[in-house]
Design a protein around this ligand. Sequence first.
Ligand code: GCU
Length: 139
Amino acid sequence: AAPVTYQSESATISRGVVESNHTGFTGSGFVNFDNVTGSYVEYTVNAAAAGRHSLVFRYANGTTASRPVDVTVNGTPAVSGLSFPATGAWTSWQTVSTNVNLVAGTNRIRTTATSANGGPNADSLTVDVAGTEPPPGPA
Ligand code: GCU
């Protein structure tokens, strides 16, 4: 199955706001994390199978410093200090990829800013929801 994209503006946001003032986003906008440690965006993702799944975050960072986040899945730490490097401008969008274990069904994937600068401007999360399930074989 094709990967599924989840828009940040439709996610659960704590200490952040949906904005659309920097062009190039997909959907109807992006999330501007508040510039504090602990601001987060949490995506509710439905995986077909348990196992390792790829996550692709689309973001912009118009500053010169990385904006790292911690990634948790269903409240459990999954990736620590995932780096979101400078993209050159707030209108320049790039992707950062990682892999996490998901359960079959609903997963809460939370990205929490770990520095006082907050997270990057977050456009979307694309997940390989088909994951690592082996192909069906003979009964
Ligand atoms: C600027 C920019 C915002 C960004 C913010 C930040 O204000 O316009 O989109 O989120 O910087 O540093 O986080």
